[in-house]
Design a protein around this ligand. Sequence first.
Ligand code: GAP
Length: 472
Amino acid sequence: MTERHLPPPVHADIVRVDAHADDEAGEHHTSMAEIVELCKRRGIIFQSSELYGGLRGAWDYGPLGAAMKDNVKTAWKRAMLQLRDDIVSIDAAILMHPKVWEASGHVQGFTDPLVECRDCHQRFRADQLAANAKGEAYCENCGGKDFTEPRQFNLMFRTFVGPTEDSSSQVWLRPETAQAMFVDFAHVQLTSRQKVPFGIAQVGKSFRNEITPRNFIFRVREFEQMEMEYFVKPGTDEAWHEYWIAERWNWYTRLGIRPENLRIRPHADDELSHYAKATVDVEYRFPFAWSELEGIANRTDFDLTQHGRHAGRELTYYEQETDERYVPYVIEPAAGVDRSLLAFLVDAYTVEEAPTATGGTEKRTVLRLHHALAPVKVSVLPLSRNEKLVPTAQKVSDLLRPRWLIAYDDAGSIGKRYRRQDEVGTPFCVTVDFETVEDDDAVTVRDRDTMAQDRVSIDRLPEFLAERLDLP
Ligand code: GAP
């Protein structure tokens, strides 16, 4: 094994718990209801097809939510692709040959145990039934305690390609983005001329027909994943597994997740997926429980071997220096965009007492999002809609717009507008007032977190903001 095969050292102050650690979230600074309410009120995330009564397990991201989601994906791509030269990305089709899902084990084994309440016929995941104080399972819909025997329910959505609907035209909506990275392994390795160890990454939609979607965007039927398959020489897999655990931990904490709300929990033997030799979950302390944010698995050579067998074409790697041919092992950090965004929202959500203009205090809701994740970076606020102020405020917006996403807001009192920007996490507000146009050609810049205000000349404004915005 040469040094090239082994990971560089990476430091992370990781908190590890054991496989059976308690998942009680304990006292929490916020609730899911507060997050859902904020998201709905500000049009960040809301129920899909609300006009028709909504569709369970599907959510729409409005303008601010879509911008936040893009920022999460951009931050992930920056860490995975832009800052390194050993990972390349693909954008594969969602519809894949049905044999992919036979080889991967999903047709046979991608199931959850389903039970039905005999009283109201509501269906539940057998392993997620609500329990009363005596530990007895009960139906959350009608309170009944009589359930059918569990049966395995496949989570993949089925559809058909072409005009006939029979078994020969049946395909699946992908339940994970990962399989394309295995199926495309030979193509990508050859054309990108990457040498093991190297990775293939992809961000895209996945679909799972979850029996009980719940907890807002935590468990949904249509979601986005950010997955990376890192191909390594057998024997170096455990070292690379540790490396990726540390890297992913650092990604979340660098983007503002408080380390006390994050932990690494290994899967117990009976919890491991059929393809994995070892898996850890990066767990976040959501208000409802400690729950999985991301899985980091050592998938061994399972996937390349399986696809090689099923397709009748070996998926191996030839190592020139050693004249060896082998099936690489795979380390897979697999994160969810929606779940990460939920964790970032929960972690950033703060309600605090803030001083008012009249000397009192009032409650202020602030999303203390990392600047890189904030949907709007700067808001430009003319003190009023006075005709003297508007042209200057628009000039200030035009000056900043090429560099950052700007929101122009002239509706309501200035205090209300500050609060509106605070609760969607805008790092800076720029106010144009009468002094600006009549006297000093300067504006007031207000900091979201400290509420400190600085008077800054318009000439120097882009530079002033660039120095303070924590952006890559
Ligand atoms: N390729 C491996 C894989 O898909 P997973 O643990 O099933 O592993 C990875 O999924 C991540 O995808 C999860 O940690 C989670 O963030 C996200 N995810 C999975 N199912 C989800 C769902 N129903 N709703 C929202 N996010 C989901």
